[in-house]
Design a protein around this ligand. Structure first.
Ligand SMILES: Cc1ncc(COP(=O)(O)O)c(C=O)c1O
Length: 452
């Protein structure tokens, strides 16, 4: 590519003004050579620095399902900044965090009713893993430390999260992590094109959960603290569990006294058409993490929701009442401005019947995205709710190149989609119209077909 895709040339910056920012999860050299600057956003659209509109085909990073610049959230955040911009997260409280915790618990599966706040999905994953280990120690079973994740799993970028995570690119350069094992992933072979959940039977069915029995046989349950999985894997390219798989994981964990953690940073708060992936798939974990959509992406906030027995165990074993029971937390845990954004977002999710909207749009989205099956380079398509992953057949020796080229072509056409690994990922806003979904998919088909 030659000319910058989106220029910021109207802004008179000196040469090298972009050098100082080392950008996250980005190809810095490519971006700085061809910047794609976003200036503002409203509803389902970004406006670029050079005044073009981009449809938000991934709801930010899976987090802005209600669309951008929602007045109610903007006002709640502005009010809160002016009232209480920060309050110490340790040993002091403010009412909003308690109010939000109660509201979150209302949306959780029965029995998950204790909310621990963090600042992000990564922090939530590591918090849940530490909570699991500390829980067993508090119960007098300190040998239960081993953590089990899953291939293709994404649990953020902190050391616990990358250790249980199963995306090679995110872990291979960082050396020793936390000791962890991995279940096999559940992605059916390319060309399966399952709509929604793959069937229970077959080599990529529910029996894959039985691999947990092998890990238990190897290590013994007395040494295993927890299993952590996403109800469906998002960042690996939307990998949907086969029918019965999550229930089988649940049954094995229950039978062997192992905690089951659902990482719901993507699946929580509406993307599945339910409040949680747990509700969508009908399986209740012992802990559940969330972030992203809790505040509609407007403020950084993560949560770990634990069942009451876990909380009670910490309280019972906490020693004298003035002692803290769980030596863990962040400066920005329960940040008042983030809590205000969370409350306003929950209000809007309810008031707009956003989950109902997701359920109505999902079949339209499913039909549209699977119409890409015949497009050039499409090797597989997976979907659930308002999420889809499309596997792109690799260019020889360069599996990540075509997804990048397709995503850049989409930018030129006025659409933002995510490229990651060998996939294109879609997660349109809950407030999308059917016409917007159709045009997103039509443009994507053109971009696939135009790619060499
Ligand atoms: C399932 C899951 N867990 C954790 C994370 C990490 O969240 P964050 O980027 O807020 O740290 C993500 C982010 O995409 C995620 O999808």
């Amino acid at each position: 590519m030659t000319a910058p895709l989106l220029s910021n040339s109207d802004v008179p910056h000196p040469p090298g003004w972009m050098d100082a920012h080392w950008m996250a999860f980005s190809a810095n050299r490519e971006f700085k050579a061809q910047p794609r600057m976003i200036a503002s956003a409203e509803g389902c659209y970004y406006t670029t620095a050079d005044g073009r509109r981009l449809f938000d085909g991934l709801s930010g990073l899976w987090c802005t399902g209600l669309g951008h610049a929602r007045k109610e959230i903007v006002e709640a955040v502005s009010r809160q900044v002016a009232t209480l911009d920060y309050s110490p997260a340790f040993q002091f409280g403010h009412p909003l965090s308690f109010e939000l915790a109660n509201r979150i618990v209302d949306k959780m599966p029965a029995g998950l009713n204790r909310v621990f706040y963090t600042g992000s999905g990564s922090e939530s994953a590591d918090t849940a893993l530490k909570m699991a280990r500390a829980y067993w120690r508090a119960k007098g079973q300190a040998s239960k430390t081993r953590l089990i994740g899953r291939a293709k799993g994404y649990h953020g970028v902190n050391f616990g999260g990358i250790s249980v995570g199963g995306i090679a690119g995110n872990r291979k350069t960082f050396g020793q992590g936390v000791e962890a094992d991995h279940l096999p992933h559940t992605q059916p072979p390319n060309g399966s094109f399952h709509k929604g959940m793959p069937p229970a039977e077959g080599p990529h069915g529910a029996a894959l959960a039985d691999e947990l029995l092998q890990l238990i046989a190897l290590h013994d349950a007395s040494n295993i603290a927890a299993v952590i999985v996403e109800p469906f894997s998002g960042s690996a390219g939307v990998v949907i569990p086969p029918v019965g798989y999550l229930q089988r994981l649940r049954d094995i964990c229950t039978a062997h006294n192992i905690l089951l953690i659902f990482d719901e940073v993507i699946t929580g708060f509406g993307r599945t058409g339910q409040w949680t992936g747990s509700a969508a798939f009908g399986v209740v974990p012992d802990m559940l993490t969330g972030a992203k959509q809790v505040t509609n992406g407007v403020q950084p906030l993560g949560i770990v929701v634990a069942k009451q027995e876990i909380y009670d165990t910490f309280m019972e074993q906490g020693g004298p009442g003035y002692m803290l029971e769980f030596p863990h937390g962040y400066t920005y845990s329960a940040h008042p401005v983030a809590c205000a954004a969370g409350l306003a977002s929950l209000d809007l999710l309810e008031r707009d019947s956003a989950l109902q909207r997701v359920r109505e749009l999902s079949p339209v989205f499913e039909t549209a995205v699977h119409s890409l099956r015949t497009a050039k380079h499409v090797a597989d398509i997976r979907n659930y709710g308002l999420a889809a992953g499309i596997t792109v057949a690799p260019a020889p020796g360069e599996p990540a190149k075509r997804p990048y080229q397709i995503a850049m072509d989409m930018v030129r056409k006025g659409y933002y989609v995510r490229y990651g690994g060998d996939t294109i990922q879609l997660a349109p806003p809950f407030i999308s119209t059917e016409a917007e979904i159709q045009s997103l998919i039509a443009a994507l088909g053109d971009s696939f077909n135009a790619t060499a």
